[in-house]
Design a protein around this ligand. Sequence first.
Ligand code: NAG
Length: 165
Amino acid sequence: MSFINKPHVILLFIISSTFILFVPALDLSNVPAESPTSDEDGFLPLAGKHVVICNKVKNRETLNVHCRSSEDDLGLIHIPWNHTWGFRFHVNIWKSTKFHCHFTWLGGGSHYFTIFKVSRDDSIIGYNVCKECIWEVGRNDENPICRVSRDKSILPHCFQWEEGP
Ligand SMILES: *[C@@H]1O[C@H](CO)[C@@H](O)[C@H](O)[C@H]1NC(C)=O
């Protein structure tokens, strides 16, 4: 009897594991804002990510941001001071997803930064994994761009601007 049932068990296993693997690929655009505790649970295959950029430039000018990946160009966005703008995407199955942004503001110059990369933002050996990856831009010159957590439970992690393309 158990001999006959075995293929069913295997088939069931294959179906259920396929389902588990591909569920995160579904686009849940209408999900409500993440709860503060969800900041670190983004480490899944094809994880959904929400990158948020907050304009904190010292002179309170509008921040102009232009982000793109190898597939998507998100266009030129203008973020008023102390406001945020964000975008959602899924990390691809090869975990090679990257978004590069160009930042400018009046009196602030022109700067480049990789706003999302797996090695830093979605890897257990990087900085803490983020599902909602919040970045503050321009708060000070020594640390121009910092990843912060919404509930301030994790200390800001700051980076320097990168070389342009
Ligand atoms: C900046 O935004 C935060 C969050 O929305 C708000 O609490 C704060 O009062 C704002 N600061 C100023 C100076 O408007």
